[in-house]
Design a binder for this molecule. Sequence first.
Ligand SMILES: [Zn+2]
Ligand SMILES: [Zn+2]
Length: 265
Amino acid sequence: MRDCIKNHVKSLVTKTDVKMYPDNLTGFTVPYLMESLDVPKDELIKEINELIESRNLAVNDPYQTMACPSCGSPDPFSRVACPKCGSNDIEINGNIIKCRNCGLHAGILEAINFICKTCGKSFNIENAKWITLGSLHAVNAFDIEPIAAAIKSLGIYPKRCYTITGASGMIHRFDFAFEHNEFTRVADVEVERDTIDVKDLIEFLSKVFDSNIKEAYFIAVPKLSVSIDPGKKNIKVIEAPSINDASDKFKQILIDRGISSKIIH
Ligand SMILES: [Zn+2]
Ligand SMILES: [Zn+2]
C-alpha cells in the first residue's frame, strides 16, 4: 500500500487509545505503535509527526505531565529526601518536612524527588520537564484492522508494513506479511471510495516479483477500475464492497488453502 506506515498508524489509533506527547514525540510515547509496526523508530516518529501536521491525526484531551529532563521518559518513581543533605530520614508534618539527619525544615514540595525509571536520573519539580500528554485519534481513517483480524483468527500473527529488499536493490513494503509452513505470504490493502486504480495492482505485482514472494494477495475495496486477473495461481486479487466483506473473503481463501495454525472444523 502507498503510505503504508501512515495507513497503519491511522488504522491502529482508530482502534486503540494511544497516548503520546504531541510537542515532543519519542519512542516512549508510542510504545504500542513501535511494537506493532515493522519499521525503524525514527521513521515511525517522522510519519506520525507528519500525520499530526497534516491534521490526519488529532490529539484529544491534552494535559500537562512530568517527565525526566534527561531522556523524556514519563512515569518516574517519587520519593521524599532532604533538599540539603539528601537523607531519606525525614519526618513529615502536614506540608512541612523535618530532616532527622541535618535538622533542616523545608516545604514538602522542595523535598519531593523523582527518579527516572528508564535512565536513573534524579530530578525535582524545579528541573523536571513538563510535557503535554493526550490521546491520539485518527481523522477520517480507512480502517484496515479487519484484514489483520482475519489473519490472527487463523492463529497467525501478521507483521505490518513488512519491509523487504528486492533483487533490484529496491526496498519494498507490504501492508501485511505472515508465515505458514516456513514461507512468507504478503498482502496489500487498497481502500478507496469508488475504484482502485489498476496501476496500484501493477505496482504490487512488480514488488512481488522483485521480492521473490511465493504467495501474494491484493485486496481492493470496493473494486479495481478495470477487472484484471493476474493469471497466476499464487497471486490472488480480492475485490469486495467493504473492508469487512474483503476480510471474510480473504479468510475463506486462506482456510481453503490450508493456511492456518489452528484446526478448523
Ligand atoms: Zn538533611
Ligand atoms: Zn530518564
